[in-house]
Design a protein around this ligand. Sequence first.
Ligand SMILES: CC(C)(COP(=O)(O)OP(=O)(O)OC[C@H]1O[C@@H](n2cnc3c(N)ncnc32)[C@H](O)[C@@H]1OP(=O)(O)O)[C@@H](O)C(=O)NCCC(=O)NCCS
Length: 147
Amino acid sequence: MNTVYIREMYPDDVDEVLEIERQCFTMPWSDTSFRSEIYGRHSITRVAELNGIIVGYICIKHVADEGHLLDLAVHPDYRKRGIAKMLLADVIEELRLCGCRFFYLEVRISNRAAKKLYETLGFRTAGTRKGYYMNPVEDAVLMMREL
Ligand SMILES: CC(C)(COP(=O)(O)OP(=O)(O)OC[C@H]1O[C@@H](n2cnc3c(N)ncnc32)[C@H](O)[C@@H]1OP(=O)(O)O)[C@@H](O)C(=O)NCCC(=O)NCCS
């Protein structure tokens, strides 16, 4: 079976998620960061699972009518198969159910793959945040789409 399932992230998933996180980011989230999102009242956390293995994940925060992307990654061996798109489609549905009208995110200016992904899903540039990222220091593009 090669079906990708999107499901809630559980505390038992954190070790697997961390392995992907450390491969994808120069300043990876910690175990505590993921756990606090899993239990957060205003958080939405999802994993993408393929044949019992976690291949991607997403963490979102929502406050009032705004959703904000906090973390998204797909394991390097499973990219370009539509998994990030599935994760985002799932949380967009959930944000709508929560009454959110706007979805915001930041992305490194140099991250062409992610920017293309977000544009494909209807996000548009809403501004820049100077020196938003560390290691290396880099500006963020702020992107937004209406839900
Ligand atoms: C960005 C990332 C999440 C994309 O995951 P993915 O599962 O490969 O993305 P998808 O297969 O769903 O891609 C959907 C669309 O995004 C765009 N896209 C994705 N990867 C791309 C790439 N390397 N180059 C150009 N466009 C790309 C394409 O438009 C693609 O549609 P297509 O395959 O029909 O052309 C993944 O590359 C990743 O984990 N990167 C490292 C972590 C990261 O940068 N996270 C985002 C932080 S803001």
